[in-house]
Design a protein around this ligand. Structure first.
Ligand SMILES: [Mg+2]
Length: 323
């Protein structure tokens, strides 16, 4: 049973339905009422040693990433990060480790003015759970289900660098010495697109953050919006480091199927396109139009205007690697 089937089968159907829950299980965040004017977006993520990060990873990076992945979910809703709770289990108390971990958490929380308001610590295998909450004006949140036929598909930043860094760490890929530091930084210190999300809530029709790879996460938008999409492979934003190390074709596969990008994937109507591009450019946010939504209910890709079959094998390989 896959993660999504498990959630659907056991947790999505439940006896309690409250009127102050505007969006429940199944998006990047839940949305609940906070008075008449505001909603609160809520998300929880767990990172487990040996599953989401290597046991011996730099504790500062683990702290950073634990918070960054949750802030990325808030960004995908257009919310302003406000409060976090932190539950951590660890085999023993290693003060040096905890201090470095806290540095990673607090340098990010300080930057975004997010306050740690509670949590729990227990003895056990190393595992970190962050619940993050963010404020936004009522009925302004972005969701996965708002895309409309003909909307343009965009992504922030560049794709695939973190996936290459992970394969490099696992010994499955070679990376030139001069590119190693920058690529590993992308894997260990993802930058949640909080500012982009807050701008996009004024323009975009749907959004999701890229945690599991472009194709899989685009699938969530398509499914929730009851649409299909075509991705123009020529337009995928790929860094020089990625293409220099693996070549153009494999770089596209990393960009399509690699996880851990924590960029935003979003859709915009023709009417909002220019306004959105202007607002993101003024804020210094890098964005790229990579395709368009359609009625096909399928995800397709084209290269040089020709259809290209999606390499399902590469996709599965990477989606396993990112879990
Ligand atoms: Mg997400």
């Amino acid at each position: 049973m896959k993660e999504f089937d498990l959630i659907k089968r056991f947790f999505a159907e439940q006896p309690v339905r409250r009127k102050d829950v505007h969006l429940g299980i199944g998006d990047d965040c839940a949305l609940v009422s906070a008075g008449e004017q505001h909603h609160i977006a809520v998300t929880t993520d767990t990172l487990v040693a040996g599953v989401h990060f290597f046991e011996d990873a730099d504790p500062r990076a683990i702290g950073h990433k634990s918070l960054a992945v949750s802030l990325s979910d808030l960004a995908a809703m257009g919310a302003e990060p406000s409060w976090i709770s932190l539950a951590i289990s660890m085999p023993s108390i290693d003060e040096h480790w905890v201090r470095a971990f806290c540095t990673g958490v607090f340098e990010l929380s300080e930057y975004y003015n997010v306050q740690l308001i509670g949590g729990d610590t227990t003895a056990g295998p190393l595992s970190i759970t962050v619940t993050a909450q963010g404020l936004l004006p009522a009925n302004k949140a972005l969701s996965r289900g708002g895309a409309v036929n003909g909307d343009w598909l965009y992504v922030t930043g560049e794709l695939g660098d973190a996936a290459l860094a992970l394969q490099f760490l696992k010994g499955n890929a070679d990376v030139a010495r001069e590119d190693q530091e920058a690529l590993l930084e992308k894997l260990h210190y993802p930058k949640p697109r909080v500012l982009a999300g807050q701008i996009l809530k004024e323009y975009a029709s749907a959004a999701i953050d890229l945690s599991d790879g472009l194709l899989g996460d685009l699938g969530h938008i398509c499914q929730a919006s009851q649409l299909g999409a075509n991705v123009v492979l020529d337009d995928l934003p790929i860094s020089n480091a990625l293409s220099a190390n693996v070549g153009a074709e494999q770089a596209r596969e990393f960009a399509l199927a690699g996880g851990d990008d924590y960029e935003l994937l979003f859709t915009v109507s023709q009417d909002n396109k220019v306004g959105m591009e202007t607002a993101l450019s003024n804020a210094g946010v890098k964005y790229t139009c990579i395709g368009q939504l359609n009625k096909s209910m399928k995800i397709t890709t084209t290269l040089d205007s020709h259809p290209v079959p999606i390499n399902a094998k590469g996709f599965e390989h990477f989606s396993e690697a990112s879990e």
